[in-house]
Design a protein around this ligand. Structure first.
Ligand code: PMP
Length: 288
């Protein structure tokens, strides 16, 4: 396996970063998780745009432009002969000293790891996930806006630990004022009376690339979409529920906090959107 590291393709065992990198010392950096399907990189521009928005929000100047990063991703995929891949693109503040001062970091570290996609077990899609609502809240927007896809995932990890302890697959994180925000690595949707409902970005959630693709798909299929505040009680009363993310695609949720959602199996609207989404990934992307 070859890793792209600061402009070069190096062997996995040589892909090393100094312990003085502020990405490691402080979680000071941004990243993207991208996917390719049969030699097509899905929504590459959307991911790169988001990376630059995240970087700008933390005052990090990426020393490559979008075209150069796209070329680097393609080069990495080709070098590893990957047609169906998961791509992790990371930009850290770079090596500094032990203080916080980002001015000490002279050059951002850029790396790209591409690997075979570790597909979620098929039973998740057939039977749906059992998830919980975590006690750990999503970051407060005014402290660290969840729209910044930064290397700080600690509150998500704490929520994931809660899920593991409860023998569940995922955790829903609420905003500080108790509204449904998102899961630890996925956005969330419910279906009520045939309409799709998902929390607005303002609640403090990541602007998921899959979230938007699903919203557009639903609109095309004449399914109503409402971005509105959701309370836990609305989740329990939903007809269907699913999560969206680059790795998960669209994964049905059939139990929340031990309560069955809808009929207790994956719902019809969810499965219709999953079929539509999978069709989209076959045709929509940057070919390499
Ligand atoms: N929310 C969070 C917190 C995430 O980390 C992710 C990405 N893994 C998502 C939502 C889904 O975003 P996307 O569809 O762009 O992968």
């Amino acid at each position: 396996m070859k890793i792209f590291l600061n402009g070069e393709l190096v062997k996995r065992e040589d892909a090393k970063i100094t312990v003085f990198d502020h990405g490691l010392l402080y979680g000071d950096g941004v990243f993207e998780g991208i996917r390719s399907y049969g030699g097509l990189i899905f929504k590459l521009k959307e991911h790169l745009d988001r990376l630059f928005v995240s970087a700008k929000a933390i005052g990090l100047v990426i020393p490559m432009n979008e075209k150069e990063l796209a070329d680097a991703i393609i080069k990495t995929l080709k070098e590893n002969s990957l047609r169906d891949a998961y791509i992790r693109l990371v930009v850290t503040r770079g090596a500094g000293d032990l203080g916080l001062d980002p001015r000490k970091c002279k050059r951002p570290t850029i790396f790209i790891i591409s690997d075979k996609i570790a597909l979620y077990p098929e039973e998740y899609y057939k039977n749906g996930l059992e998830i919980i609502i975590a006690n750990t809240r999503r970051n407060i927007k005014d402290a660290l806006n969840p729209q910044i896809k930064s290397l700080n995932y600690l509150n998500n990890i704490l929520a994931k630990i809660e899920a593991i302890k409860a023998d569940a697959e995922e955790s829903i994180m609420l905003s500080s004022d108790g509204y449904v925000a998102e899961c630890t690595g996925d956005n969330i949707f419910i279906i009520k009376d045939g309409a799709l409902i998902t929390p607005p970005l303002d609640v403090g959630v990541l602007k998921g690339v899959t979230r938007l693709a699903v919203i557009n798909l639903a609109k095309k299929e004449k399914i109503a979409v409402n971005e509105k505040m959701i309370k836990p009680v609305d989740l329990y009363a939903a007809d269907e529920c699913f999560l969206t993310g680059t790795a998960a695609e669209i994964v049905p949720v059939t139990k929340i906090d031990g309560k069955s959602i809808g009929s207790g199996g994956p719902g019809g609207v969810t499965l219709r959107l999953l079929t539509g989404f999978r069709e989209l990934t076959k045709v929509d992307g940057v070919r390499y």
